[in-house]
Write a protein that binds this ligand. Structure first.
Ligand SMILES: NC(=O)c1ccc[n+]([C@@H]2O[C@H](COP(=O)([O-])OP(=O)(O)OC[C@H]3O[C@@H](n4cnc5c(N)ncnc54)[C@H](O)[C@@H]3O)[C@@H](O)[C@H]2O)c1
Length: 353
């Protein structure tokens, strides 16, 4: 019998994911689910209670914790009701539609003295953890550039994601993860954000964005996401003074990632220009390197999976660990998302104080 008795609010795509995850976690008992569309719960585990609305689920006294996995504009109402019902809350990302909404959520959960965190499980994606490991251990020297790219092939937004008023579009959907990863990795004050957003094939919501961050420590970071590239991939580039780390392959958040660290046997210092003939013409800077000069190393191996979010949640519940996803970090991501929109609208960089 576990101490954490869970109710899932919203039994759609993510609600099902959470229920499946709970089957692998002994420390959490899934007690009930709710959905306003009853048929969504047809395949819920036989052992759980099913409610037609969140109010009924929140009246269930056995439940002490809820996961909120309903569309984005409904998060605020659910957080307020769950906090008033005395339930600890794990809310899906994006936590809120705006910074103001999020501040309201923080206030009510504080006042009601309930736990509150956001499901930012992509902090435990293998590609991100691998590049973060290279960064944290300075395996490519002093870092100057981080690039994070996610390309999809279809381009179509689904269901409520096509409506701006529902918190649709890719900045709300994936931007929140990708920005969170960059801010978690680069341990320096954010100085500015410059962004471009497009609706390439979707009428009303963004399906492409490119965000350039500058940090006080001199590092530039870039996030590029496009749902309509026709050449899908997940890639990272980390440039440092003694090498480059590259991840480039199909998106596989768990397990081994495709990539390498590339190094040169010696750094060139003020050498006389050597002209190399290439297909593009003679060059002194962009020719083929001399044989043997460039060599590859394996990326470090990381051991992580999305279940780690919940293992941290459980440890934090018992006071054994700090909560990994801090509300101040979630708020900062929402502030950056505001800056991204503003920059894209005005075609100007937004500076942070
Ligand atoms: N962390 C992640 O990686 C991740 C991935 C996908 C979605 N999400 C987030 O999860 C949330 C849900 O997204 P989804 O893709 O599961 O959506 P979905 O449309 O698949 O499921 C939402 C479900 O909520 C139900 N619902 C709507 N209003 C309700 C209400 N008032 N009370 C109870 N149920 C209600 C719907 O009937 C539906 O079954 C969103 O905030 C989304 O951003 C997070």
């Amino acid at each position: 019998m576990a101490d954490i008795k869970l109710g899932i609010i919203g039994y759609g795509f993510m609600g099902h994911e959470h229920a499946n995850m709970m089957e692998t976690i002994d420390e959490i008992d899934l007690v009930a689910v709710c959905d306003t569309v009853m048929s969504q719960m047809d395949d819920a585990p036989g052992s759980v209670r099913k409610y037609a609305c969140m109010d009924k689920l929140l009246e269930d006294e056995e439940i002490n914790t809820v996961i909120i996995s309903i569309p984005n504009p409904l998060h605020l109402e659910a957080v307020v009701k769950a906090a008033k019902a005395g339930k600890n809350i794990i809310c899906e990302k994006p936590a809120a539609m705006s910074v103001e909404e999020f501040d309201e959520m923080c206030k009510i959960t504080r006042e009601c003295n309930v736990g509150f965190t956001i499901h930012q499980q992509r902090r435990w994606d293998a590609d991100f953890r691998t590049i973060k490991e290279v960064y944290d251990r300075h395996l490519v020297g002093k870092e100057y550039l981080v690039k994070s790219q996610l390309y999809g092939f279809n381009g179509n937004m689904h269901d409520w994601h096509i409506y701006p008023e529902m918190g649709g579009g890719m900045l709300y959907d994936w931007g929140v993860h990708l920005i969170d990863q960059i801010l978690l990795m680069i341990d320096s004050r954010l100085v500015s954000v410059y962004a471009d957003m497009k609706n390439v094939i979707n009428k009303n919501v963004d399906d492409y964005f490119n965000i350039l961050f500058t940090f006080e420590n001199g590092i530039t970071a870039e996030i590029e996401l496009g749902t309509y590239y026709l050449t899908p991939k997940r890639a990272w580039f980390l440039g440092g003074t003694t090498g480059s780390a590259v991840i480039d392959g199909p998106f596989q958040a768990q397990g081994n990632v495709d990539g390498m660290i590339v190094r040169t046997k010696h750094l060139l210092e003020n050498v006389p220009g050597k002209i190399t003939m290439t297909a593009a013409g003679p060059t002194r800077s962009f020719g083929e390197p001399e044989p043997g000069l460039i060599y590859n190393e394996d990326l470090p191996k990381v051991d992580c999976c999305h279940k780690d979010f919940f293992m941290n949640y459980i440890n934090a519940f018992y006071g054994k660990e700090e909560s990994a996803v801090k509300l101040t970090e979630v708020r900062k991501v929402l502030c950056v998302m505001d800056a991204v929109r503003e920059s894209a609208k005005r075609h100007q960089a937004v500076l942070f104080e």
